[in-house]
Every structure is written in C-alpha cells, then in structure tokens.
Design a protein around this ligand. Structure first.
Ligand code: SAM
Length: 212
C-alpha cells in the first residue's frame, strides 16, 4: 500500500534523469494516469519523439511489467523509446509533489476503474478535488483526455469537468483531427479489450483554461 511509496517533497526533487534516455534535462510533459500495461505510452512514443511521457500505475507487478517492456523496446530499437517511462504511484495522492504547476501539456485518464457502487464514487479518479489538482499540473491550453466503456462513468466524468471553471470541452471537430485520439481509443490494453468485445467507447477532451 501507500506507505511503501516514496514521494519527493517537491517537484524539484524529482530526478527525471533516471527515467528518460537521450535528453539533456528531461521533464515529462504527458502523464498517463493509471497507465496499466503501457500501451498508450508505447503508441505515442514515436509520434512525439522529443516529448517525455510518464505513466503512473499503482500496481507493483503491472508497473514492473511496464518497466521491463520499455527496457526491452529500448534494447531492441536503439535510440528509441527513451522518451517514455513508468513510475509506481498513487496518482490520487501527492500529484503536486511530482509535477510543477503548469508542467504538463497532456493528461490521460483512459478506461479508469469505474467503481460502480455509490459508496465507492469517492474513489473515482475524476472528482472535484482532483480535477483542481489536474488543472494545477496542466498548463493553460493543456488537454485532459477521458475514455471509458462505462456510460455511467463517462457521464460522471464529463459532469465534473463541465462544473469546473478550469476546464472547457474541446469541439468534436478538433478532437476528430487530433492524432492522439486514435491511440486513446485503440492503443491501450483496456481499449483493445473493449474492441475485441465489440463494446462501446465514450471519450471526451477538455482544455485547461486560464485561471484569471
Ligand atoms: N489505462 C489503461 C488502459 O486503458 O489499458 C489501464 C486501465 S485499468 C482498467 C485502470 C488502471 O488504473 C489499473 O491498472 C489500476 O491499477 C490503475 N489505478 C487505479 N487507481 C490508481 C491510482 N490511484 N494511481 C495510479 N494508478 C491507479
């Protein structure tokens, strides 16, 4: 559980050098929150070779798997995949200890655990309090990507984003032309599973507004 997780006291204590390869002083700009087996990172890595991306995953075995997956990709493809990495962490805690204000340009919440029971709604990774933290970590104009196959959770997530003064929904037309969206829907392991089962997918993209 959490007490075994080490958090830096503040973002300047984060040592990103150990995470990324081939960068002078790397700082991640994309965060995949609850990244699972890392399919999104692997899919986006060649699309944004100059951008560092960090996956956050709470499960030990899964985060170890992602580390090994990335190590193997780096080994097999020299000079590639140095821009993606994984950290084991509880993303519902201490995000502002990890990221500077406005550090991120994209955050991903893809197929998060739905927590169906009303009593468990507070465990949902999109809520009023955490949205304010995500807004803090995102730069103005930064994007929050949401995807799920659970309609009830989709409605919950967009309802919270709509209520937040810090976010505005991105127009469908712009979303359609965003090359990242294909990966959001089809590159993650959960997205692939939903695809195999012919499940419906819901997605939305919100932009971080300026706070003043
Ligand atoms: N995004 C991936 C995908 O689309 O394939 C994984 C989806 S999976 C249903 C949800 C993941 O979020 C699980 O791997 C779970 O361990 C992770 N997770 C749940 N709560 C978390 C938290 N507080 N911090 C980090 N990861 C979390």
């Amino acid at each position: 559980s959490d007490h075994q997780l080490d958090y830096p006291r503040c973002p300047s204590e984060m040592n990103w050098d150990t995470h990324f390869q081939g960068f002078e002083s790397p700082v991640p700009e994309f965060a995949d929150v609850g990244c699972g087996y890392g399919g999104l990172l692997v899919g986006l890595s060649p699309l944004f070779p100059k951008t560092c991306m960090i996956g956050m995953e709470i499960r030990v075995k899964v985060s170890n798997y992602v580390k090994e997956r990335i190590d193997a990709l780096r080994y097999q493809n020299e000079g590639q995949y140095g821009n993606i990495s994984i950290m084991r962490s509880n993303a519902m805690k201490f995000l502002p200890h990890i990221f500077e204000k406005g550090q991120l340009s994209k955050m991903f919440f893809l197929f998060p655990d739905p927590h169906f029971k009303k009593k468990k709604f507070k465990a949902r990774i999109i809520n009023e309090c955490l949205l304010a933290e995500y807004a803090y970590c995102l730069k103005e104009g930064g994007l929050l990507y949401l995807a799920t196959d659970v309609e009830d959770l989709h409605l919950w997530m967009i309802d919270h984003c709509e209520k937040s003064p810090l976010f505005q929904k991105v127009d469908e037309e712009i979303v359609r032309n965003d090359p990242v969206v294909q990966h959001v829907l089809y590159s993650t392991e959960e997205g692939k599973k939903v695809e195999r089962n012919n499940g419906k997918k819901y997605m939305a993209v919100y932009e971080r507004l300026s706070s003043n």
